[in-house]
Design a protein around this ligand. Sequence first.
Ligand SMILES: Cc1cc2nc3c(=O)[nH]c(=O)nc-3n(C[C@H](O)[C@H](O)[C@H](O)COP(=O)(O)O)c2cc1C
Length: 486
Amino acid sequence: MAKRPAGNPLDLRAWLDTARGLGELKDVPGADAKLELGAISEMNVKIDGAPALLFDEIKGYPKGFRVVTCTTASPARLSSLLRMPVERSHRGLVQALRGKPRGWQAEAPKYEPVVAETGPVLENIRSGQGVDINIFPSPLWHEKDGGPYIGTGCCVVTKDYDSDWVNVGTYRVMVHDKNHVGLDMIPGKHGAIQYDKHMKAGKPFPVAIVIGCDPLGYLISGIEVPFGMCEYNYIGAILGEPVQVVHGELTGLPIPAAAEIVLEGYCYPGDVKIEGPFGEFHGYYPGKEGTAPVMTVERIYHRNDPIIVGSPPAKPPNDYSYSKAVMRSALLFDALLAAGVPDVASVWAHEIGGARMFNVVAIRQRYAGHARQAALILNQCGVGAYMSRYTVVVDEDIDPSNLQEVMWAVATRSDPEVDIDIIRHGMGSKNDPMFVAYRSDAPYNSKAIIDACRPYDHLHDFPAVAEASKELQAQVREKWRHLLKL
Ligand SMILES: Cc1cc2nc3c(=O)[nH]c(=O)nc-3n(C[C@H](O)[C@H](O)[C@H](O)COP(=O)(O)O)c2cc1C
């Protein structure tokens, strides 16, 4: 008999033990799901070295019905989630991650998920009148939110209409009532493409929403995995073993065997409702209220004492801006290499722009036009186009993650007349705070490229930088360590 390959059930509790062992998890009893969880998490994540927070004894809910936040917000937590040696420093993590996404993507096809006979997620199954989302402590994260959001650090599992492609994306999930949620999938996102195909065919759209599992799940379902690839495969490549799933009774969609809570059901044609507003990753409530598909929840599966994984966005730095900056910077680096841009020293997608709106690439200039090529591709590649606004290209002596250095280069190495290019009618979003001021109802935006490299034709006579040389700095650092507090 063929041996079933080993599988990882994406068990949140196993990872919480790891995080606790690393000193990266704190218990918080007695908070209120209405605004307190959100504000505590938002303020926690702004403190250097802050831990993940595990909320229990949430006001009005049974002990054991928990919410965990800030799971991806430190180098140690992020590296442990990515199954890498634990990195305590940001620089160490970025270096260790270089080239990894390319490898994971290449390996992904080898890691088809495996089906388990059962799993902890099936400990409780609710259907019919037993379906009531309100038993879970869905947080009202921000004061102006349109309702409680059960899904932030979640994985939305869907299937294509005319192929076998299963997609897993992170899209926010708002509670409408005991058996209806709103699903906000921005046009162009893979879940939205699959939804549109079902609606065009007049067919219900099957959905399974994983409300909590190992945070590696939402870390990967929340980044741009290539079109047509299943995120479970990508996660399998990171784990080095396939993801273990069970099939939803109703839709047959695959869900991690150790998921905490899963909502299963359908979005029916024509069923849409006002959704939001919701405090967004760029730090604003979106300009205009919008409608979103409604999912009718027909089954709930949950573990005993289930844990919601929450990842509330807000003005950056927020719950997931650090992990997005790290992950998207690595993906953008790979995208530049894949597009044939040589001598890329480093890339950084800044948290201030929600890892989308202010991105910087450092290059070793090799030829005239190299800088514009790098900037344009960074701005327009698959991972980078959505909501990109400012793209800056700098020489390799500038650290792209250091805003002080980047803006020094902009101030001193660019000539606005020739070094700023504008791309019109780019890929924007109705959730862009600037959308209110745009002249079109379609979500276009304009994008600026700032070439802050020394002019290529003046590399030989560009003024030298007035700063102690690396060698002199090293000597002085050694001799004057006590004075310079190094
Ligand atoms: C916590 C979190 C919340 C997110 N919320 C949304 C959302 O509500 N709608 C959306 O379209 N994208 C949202 N995103 C971004 C998408 O998850 C991301 O673009 C991802 O690539 C989408 O998956 P897809 O490429 O398979 O469509 C969110 C990401 C994170 C990490």
